[in-house]
Design a protein. Structure first.
Length: 242
């Protein structure tokens, strides 16, 4: 996660918000809308509602890495080291001039949080809330991409084995019993090979690799079908308590 942050920052992408919304509740006016579109803004009593279409999705930071030699710490642990949320994952939501009090935020009818007028005046980061529909949409994409990665990793294990062991034996891409027998000679001496040997034993068959490739293509096609941001109904309803 720290490496990803450094790569993105080196490309000059720091400061690009997911979206940035500022609304004046008293005058039912959109003050600013960056990388998003606000429509059907309405104020009824102390309550505010509008349609919100962001042109990007938040990054689902609470994901858990699926590898790392048994290390399953959350990516959130990296936030103590780098300001990723501040620089790359801001879905800023601000509502000014609300009557003082506590407001219930819902998106598409889904409860998000009870937030004070003071917090809304200062602005909150919706990317901090895993329950928003847009965050959940990003989670689906994340899980699909993790599945693609798991399949892609099989190809990397296969190629690593070919070039690390079989090339020097003159058996590069021979993918036959002789190659298997040679690898078995290395197995007792190399823990990395033991970890990836089973994937090689499967990947040596071109029919298996073809099925894996088609599966990855299907995953990528699905990601591009569902990664389009959608319009959501945002509501702020004043609660009779503080």
């Amino acid at each position: 996660m720290v490496m990803a942050y450094l790569f993105l920052k080196a490309q000059g992408l720091a400061g690009d918000e997911v979206a940035d919304v500022s609304i004046d509740a008293e005058y039912s006016k959109v003050i600013s809308q960056k990388n998003c579109k606000i429509s059907k803004l309405k104020k009824e009593g102390n309550d505010v509602s509008f349609n919100y279409l962001a042109y990007a999705l938040p990054y689902p930071l609470d994901s858990i890495p699926r590898q790392g030699w048994g290390n399953i710490k959350s990516q959130r642990d990296a936030m103590a080291l780098v300001p990723f949320m501040k620089e790359f994952n801001q879905e800023r939501f601000q509502v000014t001039n609300l009557e003082k009090g506590l407001y219930r935020l819902t998106i598409d009818g889904q409860f998000i949080d009870d937030i004070s007028s003071g917090q809304l005046e200062n602005g909150i980061n919706l990317a901090d809330y895993p329950t928003t529909p847009q965050y959940q949409q990003a989670m689906k994409i994340m899980y699909l991409n993790e599945e693609r990665f798991e399949v892609e990793k099989r190809f990397r294990e296969y190629l690593w084995t070919e070039y690390s062991f079989l090339k020097k034996e003159g058996l590069l891409f021979s993918d036959n019993q002789e190659a298997i027998d040679k690898l078995r000679e290395y197995l007792p001496k190399d823990g990395f090979l033991r970890a990836g040997y089973e994937w090689f034993a499967k990947a040596m068959y071109p029919e298996v690799r073809e099925v894996w490739t088609k599966y990855m293509d299907t995953i990528v096609d699905t990601i591009y079908k569902i990664n389009k941001p959608a319009t959501h109904k945002v509501q702020l309803k004043k609660l009779n308590k503080m």
